[in-house]
Design a protein around this ligand. Structure first.
Ligand code: UDP
Length: 317
């Protein structure tokens, strides 16, 4: 296959690029590098089946030659990022999705949308199955991301129904691993860096809010299988092992030997979901997929990567 990955220099896009290259495919990674980082794909530069295009997916896209698949992963993805980049976030989810779908239609390629558990908002059904319509505040600070992704799903289904494009929608739950942006403000980079510096971990609110964390290799496997399936309705991909944020902080402190404990801060953003856990029945039935990497195993890959990054940048002795 010849595959275009938007957001190809981002956390998920770069791991997907690795997987497609490893499977013998040709990858064009597109990124405007607003939140992506060329360092994430530096090891692929010079590979004969890899090409990088610095381009903003909200502008008209021209690609020479055939394409078999378009994977649309471009977007700011952490609450801190999309609060800082609200208009870019809306544009890449709306205009970017439209351009990427137009390209897929033109090339007769499959299209896969990276959607999100955020389409469920602050959910009133727990765990969240794909059939749940969600509980989203359109005008809250998170609305720029949530509504952009909801629009992106609607646009994807419209191209599927009206133009017959072969489309796939993955709803991604909290995912972590090497290459997350150090300063993206999300819970995994924040907690690991604080713990490695032996600082107290900043738990927002009382820490009773829950998340369910999946390791990046599980996500990549789910996306790879979904692309090859013939299923066009959304599929949740996430690890259902749910923890409170306070419990998560304790796990990180334990694995890093951080003696500094936690400090509670009144920093929760408006509409910060109180709970989040994927119902993955559908992924099991349609894709035969289930997560394989435990939190401990995943963190044992991730913590050393962060340590190394901080040492390389001279931020940790
Ligand atoms: N959080 C926290 N401390 C931090 C960063 C985040 O307690 O330093 C909390 C945040 O309030 C939220 C959860 O961790 O309840 C996950 O936040 P994240 O920014 O990773 O993304 P989200 O899952 O909300 O999209």
């Amino acid at each position: 296959m010849r595959v275009l990955i938007t957001g190809g220099a981002g956390f998920l896009g770069s791991h997907l690029s690795d997987r497609f290259i490893a499977e013998g495919h040709t990858v064009i990674a597109m990124d405007n590098l607003i939140t992506g980082n060329a360092q994430n794909i530096a090891h692929l530069f010079g590979h004969e089946r890899f090409r990088f295009m610095k381009h903003d997916v909200t502008d008209y896209i021209h690609i020479d030659g055939a394409l078999d698949a378009v994977l649309h992963f471009a977007s700011p993805a952490s609450p801190v990022d999309y609060l800082e980049l609200p208009i870019q976030t809306l544009k890449v989810g709306a205009l970017g999705t439209h351009k990427a779908l137009g390209l897929a239609k033109e090339k007769n390629a499959r299209f896969l949308l990276a959607s999100t558990s955020e389409v469920y908002g602050d959910p009133q059904i727990h765990p969240q199955p794909e059939s749940y319509y969600g509980h989203v505040n359109p005008i809250g600070p998170r609305g720029v991301y949530d509504e952009a992704k909801r629009f992106a799903e609607a646009m994807t289904m419209a191209y599927h129904r009206s133009h017959g494009v072969q489309t796939r929608i993955v709803r991604i739950f909290n995912t972590y691993g090497p290459r997350m942006r150090l300063r993206d403000g999300r819970v995994v980079p924040n907690f690991i860096q604080q713990a490695l510096r032996h600082e107290p971990i900043t738990v927002y609110g009382d820490g009773s809010q829950t998340r369910s964390f999946q390791y990046v290799s599980d996500l990549v496997e789910g996306v790879y299988r979904l692309l090859q399936s013939d299923y066009s309705d959304p599929v949740n991909i996430g690890n259902p092992q749910e923890r409170t944020i306070l419990q998560f902080a304790e796990v990180i402190n334990e694995l890093t030997g951080n003696p500094a404990g936690v400090v509670k801060q009144d920093m929760r953003t408006q509409d910060d979901p109180q709970v989040r856990q994927p119902d993955i029945t559908r992924a099991g039935q349609i894709l035969g997929w289930a997560p394989r990497v435990s939190l401990q195993e995943g963190l044992q890959q991730t913590i050393p990567w962060f340590r190394n990054e901080l040492i390389t940048r001279g931020e940790l002795a």
